[in-house]
Design a protein around this ligand. Sequence first.
Ligand code: FAD
Length: 295
Amino acid sequence: MKPAPFSYVRPATVDEALAVLAADPHAKVLAGGQSLVPLLSMRLAQPSTLVDINGLAALASVRTDESGVRIGALARHRQVEADADAWRAQPLLRQALRLVAHPTIRNRGTTLGSVVHADPAAEMPAVVALLGAHVVAASVAGRREVAAADLFVGPLESSLRPDELALELVVPACPPRTGTAIDEVARRHGDYAMCGVAAVVSVGPSGAIETVRAAYLAVSPTPHVLDLSEAFVDGTASERNLDAAAEIASGALDPDSDIHGTADYRRHLAGVLTRRVVRDASARAAAAEPEGAAR
Ligand SMILES: Cc1cc2nc3c(=O)[nH]c(=O)nc-3n(C[C@H](O)[C@H](O)[C@H](O)COP(=O)(O)OP(=O)(O)OC[C@H]3O[C@@H](n4cnc5c(N)ncnc54)[C@H](O)[C@@H]3O)c2cc1C
């Protein structure tokens, strides 16, 4: 199918982009196009204007300091994945990006576009919700910060207004003695997951587990974040504690059935993956060694 007719604008400045968005409430931003273009082709989205931001080169940055990683609206998944400073500051970024689609899609799709697109089956919304990231958004009225916890409203629905352009994603650095991990089950490698789980585990100076948090994708309309610390009161990632964490996760989630899997199967996957990622993240926290540098 072909898209419905639309006007096309390629602004040379952010202010120009904001002016077009302010003037047309049915305009849409085009970043990597990896989600929007298929929606246009199927006529599931019919914007009157496409505001192509690919000329705004200043938004193609990935900048890292001790507080975290700032990812511009035009930074492609692949660019963030390959950035060694970003990986050192927050290893979960690279760990998760490796699971996003295929390399060809990661070469074009943007990390911030994925967050704003708010697909509940996508990896990055769950990751930013887990890490307490925020988005810097701009409109002609000014700039504001939107915490990830307030960003995801429903499937493919974020709390950004139609006149807003997301400029930057700000992801906090991984604190010392903290480990991260993510894993998922998909029908084929690169497909959207039937269930995915990301975890952040922090340990104390003695190596004992202090906090365990996990985020779930593809099992709820928006990313679902759980605090699993209560399963680890003795500070170890013992089989018994991992079982308890898996049980908390399976019990807390209420997934839907679809053609790819039943609700019960997804709940089962959530438990299995919780065990796996919490075990991996706690091993990394104890070793204080992030995974994902080589390749
Ligand atoms: C075959 C295929 C498989 C895929 N598999 C996966 C997968 O397994 N996991 C996964 O996470 N993703 C997957 N994707 C999606 C991919 O990761 C996209 O890159 C991502 O969803 C959107 O980024 P984009 O830059 O392409 O955004 P676009 O497609 O350009 O835009 C998506 C939406 O976000 C809005 N938007 C984008 N940027 C901004 C901005 N700066 N400000 C305001 N609004 C903005 C657009 O208006 C649009 O509504 C897949 C895509 C394809 C085609």
